[in-house]
Design a protein around this ligand. Structure first.
Ligand SMILES: [Zn+2]
Length: 426
């Protein structure tokens, strides 16, 4: 039976895949279908990206709107981190559901097949691959089998972020998941180069080593896939990233600016709540149809740190829902200057009071900057012809492509199965 293997190298920018730092991916890309116009989603955060990959849908349809989200748990809107282990349960309690669209794991379960995910990023990003427990999700904060049955600690994924943990996860993924358990879909989500990119300069020796670490782990999986399916007919192998990164310029305290402008009572008041998402922010309103929405949008238009503002029905343009407490999304102004290591692209970020550390000069993402919106995607096996594909593609096309390879229905998603031949080829 056909199988799908997916590896995500968190935050690996397309232009940082070089012979020097990523020799395997460079060579592998040369014999793969390479999607040259592959895009992320908005916000370009890991947790939203995970939900979009899992469902084949934009955030407007799946409902996971960032690395942070404002929830009303009975005492007004409060901004929460989606990454915490308990966010999934809090979202379910407050809204009666998790994602609003079925995941790949759920679609497989309907036909008696299984998905297994190993994720070494935040618990939130791991659990929103399969929040209702149709398959298996492994994460250092806790691992679950079908029915969200917690796995005993000795069967869990006791690793840390970074090279050593990613490598331990990869070795076990290859042996246990790919060779022994052999599910219809197996997904490995590496923490590098995201983990190092958030606390070093992009292109620094440390960041380059993190890229090389991810490269080596992709090679381990590729070698295993090649052993299991030398002809490439049965196993579709997809390797990509969820988004890229920009270098952090200034940190903007948007709560403070709104208070100073008389638009918010206190930094923690709930009439308007800022959900910071790195180089973007989403603003939620206690009264989504009230006059404060327009007043805040007008204020943002006067701010020189703002890139683009989307409000009300304009949120649909960037794949966000329009009829919810969320009423404004703002991206922070990017620019193309290079950092000291020659890596292009800077952006301001919005201060995150849940994680108030100084990240100036380090990597970040969340917005619509040209580099944070350039994840990569390579496909081999499963009928894909090697070559450069110029068709527009996005994270939401991964699950439809996997389902087509498995002979399953691809209806009900925003994404579509990717073409298997470059334009102009026959
Ligand atoms: Zn990410």
């Amino acid at each position: 039976m056909n199988r799908v293997v997916i590896v995500i190298c968190d935050s690996l920018r397309t232009d940082l895949i070089t012979q020097r730092d990523a020799p395997f991916l460079t060579e592998f890309g040369g014999r793969s279908a390479r999607f040259a116009n592959h895009a992320g989603v908005f916000p370009s955060t890991t947790r939203t990206s995970a939900a979009s990959i899992a469902t084949g849908c934009l955030p407007a349809r799946h409902g996971l709107l960032g690395n942070t989200m404002a929830l009303d748990e009975g005492e007004g809107l409060v901004c929460l981190s989606v990454g915490k282990p308990d966010f999934r349960d809090r979202l379910h309690r407050a809204t009666g559901r998790t994602l609003h669209a079925p995941t790949l794991a759920e679609r497989l379960d309907r036909v008696g097949e299984t998905a297994i995910a190993f994720s070494n990023v935040s618990p939130g990003a791991a659990y929103f691959l399969d929040p209702d427990g149709y398959g298996w999700v492994y994460n250092p904060a806790g691992s679950y089998g079908p029915g969200r049955r917690p796995l005993p600690a000795e069967n869990g994924l006791a690793i840390t972020k970074g090279d050593a943990g990613d490598t331990a996860a990869t070795e076990r993924f290859c042996e246990e998941v790919l060779r022994y358990r052999a599910p219809a879909v197996a997904l490995l989500w590496l923490s590098e180069p995201d983990y190092t990119g958030h606390h070093t300069r992009l292109g620094s020796p440390e960041h380059r080593r993190a890229i090389t670490s991810a490269d080596g782990n992709v090679r381990r999986v590729a070698d295993t896939v090649a052993t299991l399916d030398p002809s490439g007919e049965r196993i579709l192998f997809l390797v990509g990233s969820d988004h890229g990164m920009e270098t952090v310029d200034e940190t903007i305290d948007l709560d403070k600016l709104l208070v100073e402008a008389g638009l918010k009572n206190t930094p923690t008041s709930s009439e308007v709540v800022v959900a910071p998402n790195g180089t973007a922010a989403l603003l939620y309103f206690a009264d989504p149809s009230g006059p404060l929405v327009g007043q805040v949008a007008s204020f943002l238009e006067t701010q020189d740190w703002v890139g683009r503002t989307f409000a009300g029905d304009g949120l649909a343009e960037i794949g966000l829902p329009t009829k919810r407490a969320l009423q404004i999304a703002v991206t922070l102004r990017p620019d193309e200057r290079a950092n000291p290591h020659g890596v292009r692209g800077h952006s301001h970020i919005v201060r995150d009071s849940l994680e108030p550390k100084d990240c100036t000069g380090f990597g970040q993402h969340g917005g619509l900057g040209s580099h944070e919106q350039r994840p990569f995607l390579f496909a081999t096996g499963g009928g894909f012809t090697p070559g450069t594909y110029c068709d527009r593609s996005s994270l939401i096309d991964i699950t439809p492509t996997a389902l087509r390879h498995l002979g399953l229905d691809t209806a009900g998603m925003d994404g579509r199965p990717l073409p298997q031949h470059p334009a102009g080829a026959t």
